[in-house]
Write a new protein. Structure first.
Length: 158
């Protein structure tokens, strides 16, 4: 199992908007990002649970992912969905990089433009020789190019 990254776009340029890394490759990627000061240790936001919204599995008329909730629970389900969305897309405007939890977990977090810009600024301010050496790794060079491409739109992690 690995991690897949998609640049947030409104078209289907799949090849150009996609980056994938194996589980082992993610370990290397995270280590290298840490070395360049591209990651932050921001705390992962609270994961909302159904019970917090007065919901149980019995409130669904089919698979939960289909959103087939009993009519009297529709409002509670909408609030739960919004809480999940806020968790996945939230960010700190004063960030100094990409929160590690967003890259380390493949559950749909959005790496925002602000976070990518801060991470790339940290990378670009590193000594040129250190960057050159890292970019001898084709995977790293492709990753940095992918971040630069996704910097204006944001990147979803799955």
């Amino acid at each position: 199992m690995g991690t897949q990254f998609f640049i947030e776009t409104d078209h289907d340029a799949y090849e150009e908007e996609y980056y994938s890394e194996s589980a082992g490759g993610m370990t290397v990627l995270l280590t290298r990002m840490r070395e360049f000061g591209m990651l932050t240790d921001a705390e992962e936001p609270h994961r909302p649970y159904l019970a917090e919204f007065g919901l149980t599995l019995d409130d669904f008329d089919g698979p939960m992912c289909d959103g087939m909730v009993k009519p009297e629970k529709a409002e509670a389900f909408a609030a739960a969905q919004q809480a999940v969305q806020n968790r996945l897309e939230g960010y700190d405007p004063a960030t100094t990089g990409i929160p590690r939890y967003k890259v380390a977990h493949n559950e749909g977090f959005l790496i925002t433009s602000t976070e990518i810009a801060a991470a790339l600024a940290a990378y670009d301010s590193s000594p040129a020789e250190q960057r050159r050496e890292a970019e001898h790794s084709r995977r790293w060079a492709v990753w940095i190019a992918f971040l630069r491409k996704g910097a204006s739109a944001g990147i979803k992690v799955f």
